[in-house]
Design a protein around this ligand. Structure first.
Ligand code: MN
Length: 216
């Protein structure tokens, strides 16, 4: 089942993780998962709600609608909505990109599309890992699919920039902010990236890709 916080409206809420905090051990550690979800992600949701508390006119909009055209947001709340709303969307995608006992490889249409776009699964992983390792400062690396062209791409997202709602979505995403790995891996981001491949939820990625490429 795809639960997607982009459909939430004010007041926004933090979904539980779809697995226990220690379920991704030994690859992703319990303490980092707890802090990351209960403190970092929860704080983005809290600050998003605080920013919108007095903006009654925005309360009927979904998070996707709020983030689609930030230029249309009131000046006073634009940065807070982009940063914290983006953080809410991206962390939700991230938790759903992970799984305790994952399949080793993608299947079906996603596997075919990765081969067609990148030559092989190994080459896709290499390019994604390279992008994640080199991304400077805080941000994310995502495998995205554009609805119109159905094209896959590896994208670096700065801070909490989101793939534009309605145009594309992330099939798979990795948080490379330091808070995502520093407790366990310190400065060794490449080890964190290797751990990520051990817990990638290819089933969910395939489901997102299938919905994005068939329903339109
Ligand atoms: Mn994070």
């Amino acid at each position: 089942m795809l639960v997607d916080v982009t459909r939430q409206k004010y007041p926004f809420s933090l979904p539980d993780l779809p697995y226990a905090y220690d379920a991704l051990e030994p690859h992703f550690d319990q303490k980092t998962m707890q802090l990351h979800h209960r403190e970092h992600h929860a704080t983005y949701v809290k600050k998003l709600n605080e920013a919108l508390a007095k903006e009654d006119a925005l309360h009927q909009l979904t998070l996707a609608q709020l983030l689609r055209d930030p230029a249309k947001l009131p000046d006073a709340v634009r940065a807070a909505v982009v940063n914290n709303g983006g953080g809410h969307v991206l962390h939700d995608l991230f938790w759903n990109s992970l799984e305790p006992a994952p399949a080793k490889e993608p299947q079906g249409a996603l596997a075919q599309a990765l081969n067609a776009s990148f030559g092989s699964l190994a080459e896709f992983r290499k390019q994604f890992s390279d992008a994640a390792a080199r991304h400077f400062a805080s941000g994310w690396v995502a495998l995205t699919v554009e609805y119109a062209s159905k094209k896959l791409a590896i994208e670096e997202l700065k801070d909490h920039a989101v793939p534009r709602p309605g145009d594309k979505t992330a099939v798979l995403i990795l948080d490379v902010w330091e808070h995502a790995y520093y407790l366990k891996f310190q400065n060794r981001r490449p080890e964190f990236i290797e751990a990520f491949w051990k817990v990638v939820n290819w089933g969910h990625a395939g489901e997102v890709f299938g919905n994005a490429t068939s329903a339109r």
